[in-house]
Ligand binder design. Sequence first.
Ligand SMILES: [Zn+2]
Ligand SMILES: [Zn+2]
Length: 145
Amino acid sequence: MRTAGRPPGKWGFWVVAEGIPIGRHFIDRELACAGCGMIRVSLELFQLVSILDAIRDDLGAPLYVQPPHGSGCRCPEHNQTVPGAAAVSEHVIGAAADATCPSVPYDRLYAACERRNGDGGIGRYDDGHVHIDRGPRRRWTGGSH
Ligand SMILES: [Zn+2]
Ligand SMILES: [Zn+2]
């Protein structure tokens, strides 16, 4: 069911992360904005977390989604201070994560992201993280995100 006049996929609200589990392997603080500690609760966030859970299961090793290893939600103010952040970023609506998994080869991490987020966005970065988001299917290497 879709409510007339409401853009699909843009529902969400910001709350202070309190250390609450939001997936099998993740708590809210791990996906929260590194600037203010808030997290944007949305349907996309829960989709993203279930994908991160699946990737983590595939790899059998911890995934990191907080600086300096990664990034989750970014509020608009914090996004402006992040080097390499896109002005319009899926991170700002809580639909993106930059994930690292230092204990497995990068190509294995990337392949798991492709397997579990094949219909979304995936960016390859030479600093060791993979960007995944719940926006339209796109692939890129390097650049802003
Ligand atoms: Zn913030
Ligand atoms: Zn990213």
